[in-house]
Design a protein around this ligand. Structure first.
Ligand SMILES: Nc1ncnc2c1ncn2[C@@H]1O[C@H](COP(=O)(O)OP(=O)(O)OP(=O)(O)O)[C@@H](O)[C@H]1O
Ligand SMILES: [Mg+2]
Length: 461
């Protein structure tokens, strides 16, 4: 779990020193402020989990500050410190949403206990919001695949994961882009921190902006309360922006600024906030073509394209189908049950062209499991459209690829074999380096090999 970040606001130096000294721990950081103004400046720059505030401050009172926090930083829990004479106002503060109060002279042990409980609640609230986005951290799903292309991808994932670099994951729908993103996060130094997903194709422009950056109360009609954005929820962890090619232009500009400065503004907020997030992006679109069509910000494209992982469609790696079938039946079927897939069924699966890629294979198998009897997956359980278009008689080993697909695949494998060394790859392919460059560009194979060769071995976030 990430350390708890506490802000203590008290004008008495003795109290600040005492709490800082006694309650600082490996899992707890204490920052202090001697006035409301200093506290506000500090919280604008940094993220805190729990705020402890003296009800009497030289430049205002704690109750005012409480309302400020409740409205501006609803995720933060507030604990009040009161003298004997101010217990009344502390009770009022509880009604206004303070987490708890402690009376002076206070017992450090009690403060520590209250802090821990408040932090538990903060984590719970954040976790609930993450769950709302369907992203309970269950670890990464297994990335199945032993084809040269998938082995190469696994190698790229291992290389890039420990770096703070953002990664662009491309490939047709259902090829496993999200699986790759989750694996990168799981192998990164941020594995224990949140992995937050946002789909840029799901919401219209304004909603997308407020979902990503958050907004403050009154920023627009309907902004009844201040709300933090997903970028804040991903602080310290990874933010996966899916379908980045569908992000509206105006928002792309704001995103580029975040990538460059690590700062963002909530909608309606003047203040900039700092954020420490590793970005992963995915798209099924050809971003280069989107740039040429004027639909994608060129500078953002270059920023995203630093490290690119391309997932080939399933029809270009049919040799993986038996392994995927076995894996998916294990995931979808009854736990501990093994299923038999006769050669005839496998032949159909191997010769179909899978426009929906691995997701379609998964859906087909789900249907097969419902229809099959005695744990045997017979061809009769396959959807009739699949049986009609698949031609297993032409031999499952024969894959209906175009010459271009074969060429792309072969170039990719050769590059992987020579760890991205283009001179050696070109020699092995019997073509000039220039021709190889031209073909790599045409097949969208640029970038990956370079990154593989240039990646430093150790960089810390
Ligand atoms: N190599 C793989 N190993 C195991 N499961 C996989 C693999 N590739 C894809 N899957 C499974 O296929 C399904 C689709 O994968 P995923 O959601 O990652 O695709 P996607 O590329 O993000 O698709 P879309 O563009 O439609 O969002 C998921 O159920 C995922 O678990
Ligand atoms: Mg996806």
């Amino acid at each position: 779990m990430s350390p708890m970040r506490v802000l203590l606001i008290d004008d008495e130096l003795y109290i600040r020193k005492l709490v800082e000294k006694e309650l600082t721990a490996p899992h707890r950081r204490i920052v202090t402020a001697d006035s409301a103004a200093v506290a506000k400046r500090r919280i604008a720059k940094e993220t805190f989990d729990v705020v402890v505030v003296d009800i009497r401050l030289p430049d205002g009172d704690g109750i005012e500050l409480l309302s400020f926090f409740r409205q501006t930083f609803p995720d933060v829990e507030v604990i009040l410190i009161t003298g004997y004479g101010t217990v009344e106002s502390a009770l009022k503060a509880m009604r206004l949403g303070a987490y708890d109060y402690i009376t002076k002279p206070f017992d450090l042990e009690r403060l520590e206990l209250v802090l821990e409980k408040a932090f538990e609640r903060v984590c719970l609230k954040r976790e609930n919001r993450r769950l709302l986005h369907g992203h309970k951290d269950m670890g990464a799903p297994r990335l199945v695949g032993r084809s040269p292309a998938m082995l190469h991808i696994t190698q790229l994932i291992k290389k890039v994961s420990p770096h703070p670099t953002s990664v662009l994951i491309t490939g047709e729908s259902g090829t496993g882009k999200e699986v790759v993103a989750r694996n990168i996060h799981a192998l990164s130094l941020r594995a224990k921190r949140p992995f937050v997903v946002m789909n840029c194709a799901e919401l219209q422009k304004d909603l997308l902006r407020s979902e990503l950056f958050g907004y403050i109360k009154g920023a627009f009609t309907g902004a009844m309360e201040t709300r933090d954005g997903l970028i804040y929820l991903a602080d310290g962890g990874t933010l996966f922006l899916d379908e980045i090619g569908d992000m509206p232009m105006e928002l792309q500009g704001a995103l580029l600024r975040v990538l460059e400065t690590k700062k963002y503004r909530r909608v309606g907020d003047q203040r900039e906030r700092h954020v420490d997030v590793r970005f992963l992006f995915a798209t099924h679109r050809d971003l280069n073509a989107e740039v040429n069509a004027g639909r994608f910000h060129e500078a953002l494209y270059h920023r995203l394209n630093v490290f690119d992982i391309h997932l080939p469609p399933l029809r270009e790696r049919r040799e993986e189908i038996p392994l995927l079938v076995e894996h998916l039946l294990g995931v979808l079927g009854q736990p501990g049950t093994s299923y038999t897939v006769p050669d005839e069924t496998l032949a159909y699966l191997m010769s179909y062209h899978w426009p929906g890629n691995v997701r379609e294979l998964r859906n087909v198998l789900e249907r097969c499991l419902i229809l099959s009897e005695d744990r045997v997956i017979l061809p009769i359980t396959l959807p009739s459209e699949l049986v009609q278009v698949a031609h297993p008689s032409r031999s499952a080993a024969f894959s209906c690829q175009t010459l271009q697909e074969v060429e792309r695949h072969h170039i990719q494998n050769t590059l992987a074999h020579f760890s991205g060394n283009k001179t050696e790859a070109a020699r092995a392919l019997g073509i000039s380096r220039r021709t190889l460059y031209r073909k790599m560009k045409a097949y969208g194979l640029n970038g990956i090999e370079n990154n593989l060769a240039q990646m430093p071995t150790h960089v810390t976030t």
